[in-house]
Design a protein around this ligand. Structure first.
Ligand code: ATP
Ligand code: MG
Length: 137
């Protein structure tokens, strides 16, 4: 089994979609083994997304991620990283397959409801960014 870091973004928490999104994860066989609702500062969002620092949308992305509460969570399961990205759908909701979280809930390519780690190395780094080992059960 594998673990991945998931974030339910401010556009989704503000629309009260946490439960519906969690249902999609659980229906796909992903187990929520850690979860907390937090408010990121712009600086913390910038640190989390620093790989995108040179991208034109970086400032907008950091502002958005700090614009309201997020739910950070660790998902566990067989091929959790790939499975989670399948359940999320494409970054741009216009390209996301039917039934995916982004197809159903995302508002735009920026305000796209969820984040998921993209590889084992980034998953380990991103999980450690938010959680201590004792918080993951
Ligand atoms: P995430 O990393 O959030 O799971 P992703 O891996 O599908 O999403 P990335 O390319 O890593 O997409 O981009 C990170 C985030 O930056 C996207 O989820 C989205 O919120 C934002 N983003 C990406 N492309 C754009 C864009 N063209 N305009 C505005 N925001 C964007
Ligand atoms: Mg990404």
């Amino acid at each position: 089994t594998e673990r991945t870091l998931s974030i339910i973004k401010p556009d989704a928490t503000s629309r009260n979609l946490t439960g519906k999104i969690n249902a999609k994860f659980e229906e796909a066989g992903l187990r929520i083994v850690a979860q907390k609702r937090i408010q990121l500062s712009k600086e913390q969002a910038g640190e989390f997304y620093k790989v995108h620092a040179e991208r034109p949308f970086y400032g907008e992305l950091c502002e958005f991620m700090a614009s309201g509460p997020v739910v950070v969570q660790v998902l566990e399961g067989e091929s959790a990283i790939t499975k989670n990205r399948e359940v999320m759908g494409a970054t741009n909701p216009a390209d996301a397959d039917e039934g995916t979280i982004r197809a159903e809930f995302a508002e735009s390519v920026g305000e796209n409801s969820v984040h998921g780690s993209d590889a084992p190395e980034t998953a380990a780094e991103e999980i450690a960014f938010f959680f201590s080992g004792l918080e993951i059960v």
